[in-house]
Write a protein that binds this ligand. Structure first.
Ligand SMILES: *Cc1c(COP(=O)(O)O)cnc(C)c1O
Ligand SMILES: [Zn+2]
Length: 413
């Protein structure tokens, strides 16, 4: 693979061959793919990409896979100009990158799983696994089923019903662990050491996380090969956020865009905000915490990429902010009623933070702002129970319709 040189430790710089490994033997730092950008620059062009697959695989030259076999339909999601929400927030160029309609399981995790399991197949694995806050389990389950892999997914036992059903339907082994995500992750690491499985976010994590870069690539292409001025994205482990940054930087390095990469604004839920706190207190280390928020998909108390996310926020002149559970629900409702997009709690967190930043005057009214919507609201319906207007019940009679619906509406005006 001429485009990929090796795996490299993010802390001490030691190099490793391309294998299903994720930590440095010497310093326990995380390993990351090291590319040959000179080689890639010679082989990549806007025209070649534009003629490519209508999926994230059109960017294969910047992904650590030779032969994609899993997740062939992932990515290529809409970038919607959000005029209604933009008007409300005083932003003339607001866009929503809508991964709530990603294929096949309606979250951005379909990107990372496509890359991780395609690579796992190249390595010769026949069993897929993951530690998940819900969406990852859905995507690993679906993609493993479609590609004939055995599948084990590990989740916290208290997940949303639809996220559990959304895995079970694909017939994997679902292991519901008494504990939070960080407990699940610790157990999964032990299992990964003992069983020869491809844990997408553990032993093949360096490949998995590269999939998130396609969120930057697609946005740049959809804007006509431009970088936005600012982006807002949610943080769980911090991987997605740091890889969006890496993606825009790579486009510049290989000459596909001329703009500087965007300011990176990050969103966490108040009830699980270890990266926000590190950023605010000027720490480059994370103090783990016990999550307590409705935003379960981003509730990681001990985020693996937390320190790197803090660095990206600083380096890009962005920042990280938080939203309360009530603000998260308001964010979900706001995006739905202005743009017709139903996102889950993670998206509610992003919109709540976007709104806060806009009201604080962080953005120039004309700058291009992209908010990343990473998951689908149909999976987290229960948080909206009791938070929406009720249907108006009537008998099948025109008289009752006029009395109870039309007259009431007139009265309210
Ligand atoms: C997993 C997830 C994220 C963030 O994931 P990282 O661990 O930070 O890469 C964001 N939104 C949704 C909906 C997710 O499922
Ligand atoms: Zn190291």
């Amino acid at each position: 693979m001429a485009k990929v040189k090796c795996l490299k430790c993010k802390e001490c710089g030691r190099e490793y061959p391309i294998e299903p490994i994720h930590v440095c033997e010497y310093c326990f730092g995380p390993l990351e793919i090291e590319y040959d950008y000179e080689y890639i620059k010679q082989n990549i062009s806007r025209e070649k990409i534009e003629k490519g697959e209508k999926s994230l695989w059109r960017y294969i030259d910047l992904l650590p896979v030779d032969n994609p076999t899993v997740g062939l339909t992932a990515g290529y999601t809409p970038l919607k100009k959000a005029n209604n929400l933009g008007k409300l927030l005083g932003l003339n160029n607001l866009y929503i990158k809508d991964d709530s309609v990603n294929h096949p399981t309606l979250s951005f995790k379909d990107r990372v799983v496509a890359v991780a399991l395609s690579k796992a197949k190249e390595f010769g694995f026949d069993t897929a696994a993951c530690a998940s806050t819900g969406n990852l389990a859905n995507s690993v389950s679906a993609n493993a089923a479609a590609s004939g892999m055995d599948c084990y997914v590990f989740i916290p036992a208290n997940l949303e019903t639809n996220k559990i059903i959304g895995s079970l339907v694909f017939n994997p082994t679902v292991v519901a662990v008494d504990g939070n995500y960080d407990d699940v992750n610790r157990l999964s690491s032990e299992i990964a050491n003992e069983f020869g499985w491809a844990f997408v976010n553990i032993n093949v994590r360096p490949f998995y996380s590269e999939g998130s870069k396609t969120l930057a690539f697609e946005v740049a292409e959809q804007l006509g090969w431009r970088a936005p001025n600012s982006v807002v994205a949610p943080l769980a482990s911090g991987s997605l956020y740091t890889k969006i940054w890496k993606g825009f930087n790579e486009l510049k390095t290989v000459g596909l865009i001329e703009d500087n990469p965007p300011k990176m604004y990050g969103a966490q839920a108040e009830g699980c905000s270890p990266i926000y706190k590190a950023f605010k207190e000027g720490r480059d280390w994370i103090i783990p915490e016990k999550p307590n928020t409705i935003a379960k998909s981003i509730a990681i108390g001990n985020p693996a990429d937390g320190p790197y996310a803090v660095k990206v926020a600083k380096e890009s002149n962005g920042l990280i902010d938080i939203a309360t559970d009530d603000e998260i629900i308001e964010g979900m409702k706001l995006l739905a009623k202005t743009e017709g997009i139903f996102t889950e709690t993670a998206g509610g967190t992003t919109i709540a933070v976007l709104k806060k930043l806009a009201e604080r005057g962080v953005f120039d009214p004309d700058e291009v702002v992209v908010a990343y919507i990473t998951g689908n609201g149909y999976k987290t319906m229960e948080v909206l129970e009791g938070k929406l207007k009720k249907p108006i019940h009537i008998k099948p009679s025109l008289k009752e319709f006029k009395e109870k619906v039309i007259n009431q509406a007139v009265e309210k005006r």
